[in-house]
Design a protein. Structure first.
Lengths: 161, 266
């Protein structure tokens, strides 16, 4: 059958947004990532009062943010994370998900792909440059990864129409 | 969707496997975790010339102690107590021990000092430092009460005594420390505290114990400014507890300048 014939009988919807649960998941992950990035940014700029280890023997001394890998082109990585999550939160809003404009879907996919690429670099930096894992940073990395999975699972169908 | 997600997962897993297999950042050849401090290092750290300390003073870039809200001076064995809470894995503790030994050596005598390094898998990895484990300190002016909770591999090391436990419970928390139970934490008779490194830990990176010790007597070295300047501040805080004794130390130009950095000091 041709596409015109399909439209005449109304059997193929023009477009349908992703499941509400998936939409709200992306909102929650973006908001959580924004919150943690905000904390890491504050920690980066705070005076030595935060330069302590935990006497209980945490995995790290929570100071990956003071390492040489904590800046990229002079910009603190924590700030870059904050900057990334702001538009990601915007792209995750239900009203934006409902947009039939394919450019929004492309932008969302491109943004989350850039984010996951940066996360892979940061993991490399933690393992091979700093030699320490930052638990708070790993929380952000996980949020970006889950957003990547969510956007791929919800966003690709939009691009196939 | 599976392919791009799979690629990301595969890359991250590969990075972790390479790291676990021993690739990536270099670590120093195996060193004993703790061993007796060489005589030359001990001499250099415990005998920094007064002229050098006076020249350095207390530069503004150093973090001063905070005033604690306690009227009664904490004592132990009949003398004002200086309590130190730390751990050998902690790089900030590694940095702070150098000026502590410089300062405390002006009020008493250490024996049995050790050398070690901070964790090999944390920030500022393998920062060379001294260790108080197994050492003793004697002074006619103060009692020094240190505890190292863990070794540099995050294994259990020492248990706190009753005084250290109370100090940790009462003061080792915000705003006197970055976090609850943060280390390093130094309590000066429950009157002042230092919660964190007083100078830039980066200064010590890549240096051996001998190199660190040898720079302490050169006031032109950035390392000396950080360590000895902090030692002056620590000395000034101790002098507040000892009523200005010994006069040669507490009346020295370097300590007098540092006293101005102690909030509420007389």
């Amino acid at each position: 059958m041709t596409a015109l014939a399909d439209a005449e009988v109304g059997t193929v919807p023009d477009w349908s947004p992703p499941r509400p649960s998936l939409v709200w998941l992306t909102v929650a992950l973006s908001a959580a990532g924004l919150g943690v990035s905000g904390y890491l940014t504050a920690a980066h700029y705070t005076s030595p009062s935060l330069l302590v280890c935990s006497a209980s023997g945490a995995i790290d001394c929570a100071k990956v943010t003071t390492s040489s890998a904590s800046r990229l082109f002079g910009i603190p990585v924590a700030v870059l994370g904050l900057v990334w999550f702001v538009p990601m939160l915007g792209l995750s809003l239900p009203a934006v998900w409902r947009s039939p404009d394919s450019r929004v879907a492309v932008a969302r996919l491109a943004w989350v792909t850039a984010g996951i690429g940066f996360v892979v670099y940061l993991i490399y930096a933690e393992l091979f440059v700093v030699g320490a894992i930052c638990l708070w940073c790993s929380t952000v990395h996980l949020a970006v990864f889950l957003l990547f999975v969510a956007v791929l699972s919800a966003g690709l169908p939009q691009l196939r129409r | 969707m599976a392919v791009p997600v799979g690629v990301v997962v595969a890359v991250v897993v590969a990075l972790v496997l390479v790291k676990v297999a021993g690739g990536g950042s270099s670590t120093p050849t195996a060193e004993p975790d703790r061993q007796p401090a060489p005589a030359g290092v001990v001499t250099a750290v415990t005998s920094v010339p007064a002229s050098v300390l006076d020249t350095i003073g207390a530069p503004s870039g150093l973090t001063p102690p905070q005033r604690l809200p306690k009227a009664t001076v904490l004592t132990k064995d009949g003398k004002p107590a200086v309590v130190y809470l730390g751990a050998e894995f902690c790089p900030y503790c590694a940095a702070e021990r150098w000026p502590m030994v410089v300062a405390l050596s002006r009020f008493g005598t250490f024996s049995g000092l050790k050398i070690t390094h901070s964790s090999s898998t944390d920030v500022f990895a393998n920062t060379r430092t001294l260790s108080f484990v197994g050492s003793s300190y004697s002074s006619p002016y103060i009692t020094f009460d240190p505890v190292e909770f863990e070794n540099n591999r995050n294994g259990p090391l020492e248990q706190p005594d009753a005084i250290q436990t109370r100090v940790e419970a009462n003061f080792d928390k915000p705003p006197y420390s970055g976090i609850d139970g943060g280390i390093p934490f130094i309590d000066f008779g429950n009157q002042w505290s230092i919660g964190g490194p007083s100078y830039n830990v980066q200064i010590l990176q890549g240096l051996s114990w001998e190199e660190i010790a040898s720079q302490l007597s050169d006031p032109n070295q950035v390392l000396a400014v950080g360590v000895d300047g902090t030692a002056n501040i620590i000395s000034a805080a101790i002098c507040q507890l000892t009523g200005g004794q010994p006069a040669a130390v507490c009346g020295s130009p370097g300590v007098r300048v540092a006293t101005g950095r102690i909030p509420g000091a007389k």
